[in-house]
Write a protein of this length. Sequence first.
Length: 289
Amino acid sequence: MPNGQWYPPEWPDRIRALAGGTLTAVTPKRAATVLLLRDGAAGPEVHMLRRRTSMAFAGGAYAYPGGGVDPRDEHPVRWAGPSPAEWAARLGVAEPAEAQAIVCAAVRETFEESGVLLAGPTADSVVADTRGDDWEADRAALVARELAFADCLERRGLVLRSDLLGAWARWITPEFEPRRYDTWFFVAALPAGQRASNASTEADRTVWIRPADAADGYDRGELLMMPPTIATLRALERCGTPGEALEAAMDQDLTPVLAQARLEGEQVVLSWPGHDEFTKRVGTEGGDA
């Protein structure tokens, strides 16, 4: 039975074009995504959303809240937790401002797409509830890029809680994709009092699900996912609580994972280093060989 690996039918032609020199790789845009966790009756659950089938990229696939870094994510904010310089060392970027932008993007995108905000009035508190018309107005303005995240936090007197995040993985979209992202994956626990919702216009469904159950759905071909999504789910299975996931994040390898493609005769071979389960061999007719 085929699993739920997302695989666009145009990839083999694009891979051949890249190998033949008729396709130029675009520079990936930096992005961040968050595996939001909560305690469930049978163990930790992760918040996932299903991308609308009409989406140009990964339509119908399950993913986590996240998106691209906004240049304004570098604007000064009140900050709690590891310094931007410490985050730069952890994330593998050169400048503290770059690291701040990535962390801010993780917090901002989580709020935009799930309504959950990792910020509070003080360095050791978190807002208790982000529901209500005033919060929704701010969230909508952020999504429309009418409001910078720094300005939103400043107006509400909030401190960004970078200590509530743990860096988990880093994946880069393959070179043959027209839309490329250099994405950092973070883990975070759902703050007490807050509730996640489907606040994203890009999603038609959200679920709280045990990582093992989501992985089983992928293995049965019932849940469509991109390789980074299922890989992070499998890695989470060993964590018995959200707290354990945050502790485990300190030891996670953040070496970027970038798909490699090669031609073996008329066959395209696509692989992700360190993740053999995703290797695909595609023949001349576009089907698995």
